[in-house]
Design a protein around this ligand. Structure first.
Ligand code: CLF
Ligand code: SF4
Length: 272
């Protein structure tokens, strides 16, 4: 199953592509690098607004693209908000994809907050690949990244918010691994905040059972609290990935897709 997924397998990305279905506009947390006018920066390229489609519209377009482009092998949902903060739309879309495109691999990304309660549904629907973004495994570090987390009708902030999301990320990843879902961990590297923390994250998520890690350089968005942190240099990203690689294989070919990307990684196609 690994072989045809362009993100999880470096060799596959020149040959096989993915379609992102932009059906998930809402989010259940607030990251310090996020401007909600744009797509979720935990998986996608910030600064690009993706249109939102209904599940029916999105699947109809995907069916058309898949018929035209046999190299498309994966259907992913990656925003523009958090897919699992929109459970009806996201799971409903996956059900439609299963019905109309039964041969596609299914892929999801999430911040992980809502994952524990949905992991079994995700596995039952046949999702084989999941990305969870873990930007910190210490609440003290996470408190500088997460502005707030909405959970069970309450809004948490500071270290409480960071501890709450961390606990759910761990529980969710362990549940996915118990169901044999392949799990990638994204980590947005924020200079001066979590750039010295990647080894801790790699060690922890490895112990949860994760398969692969994708360290992504922060792309600062104007007007957000973490704007002034700037982007890590290519040299520091290379060093971070080398350190993290002692624990988990590193993805180095991520192209920061839009939430409505369609085609091979790095090509400009969108689902239209
Ligand atoms: Fe999409 Fe993400 Fe699935 Fe890939 S993208 S939901 S794992 S099918 Fe891939 Fe794009 Fe990087 Fe994501 S290159 S942003 S890692
Ligand atoms: Fe924004 Fe994504 Fe963070 Fe939600 S999870 S606040 S959409 S960056």
């Amino acid at each position: 199953m690994m072989s045809q997924h362009p993100c999880f397998n470096k060799e596959a990305h020149r040959v096989y592509g993915r379609i992102h279905l932009p059906v998930a506009p809402e989010c259940n947390i607030s990251c310090g690098f996020c401007d909600r006018k744009f797509s979720c920066a935990n998986e996608s390229r910030p600064g690009v607004t993706a249109s939102v489609l209904s599940p029916e519209e999105a699947v109809e377009k995907a069916v058309r693209q898949a018929a035209l482009h046999p190299e498309l092998k994966v259907i992913g949902i990656a925003g523009p908000g958090d897919p699992l903060a929109n459970p009806e739309k996201t799971l409903g879309t996956l059900r439609l994809v299963r019905e109309h495109l039964p041969d596609m691999l299914l892929c999801l990304s999430s911040n992980g907050l809502a994952l524990p309660g949905l992991a079994d549904d995700i596995a039952d629907l046949g999702v084989t690949h999941m990305t969870v973004t873990v930007n910190a495994v210490s609440p003290a570090v996470g408190a500088h990244i997460y502005r707030h987390v909405r959970l069970d009708g309450k809004t948490l902030s500071g270290e409480d918010a960071a501890a709450a999301i961390l606990a759910r990320q761990e529980e969710g990843v362990r549940k996915l691994k118990a169901r044999s879902v392949t799990v990638k961990i994204n980590m947005v590297i924020v200079p001066g905040v979590n750039d010295a923390h990647a080894e801790d994250v790699a060690r922890a998520v490895k112990s949860w059972g994760a398969d692969l890690m994708n360290c992504m350089p922060l792309m600062p968005v104007a007007g957000t609290p973490l704007e002034s942190c700037g982007s890590p240099s290519p040299e520091s990203m290379a060093a971070i990935r080398t350190t993290a690689e002692a624990y988990l294989p590193q993805m180095r070919h991520c192209t920061r897709c839009r939430a409505d990307a369609c085609g091979l990684l790095g090509q400009p196609g969108i689902l239209g």
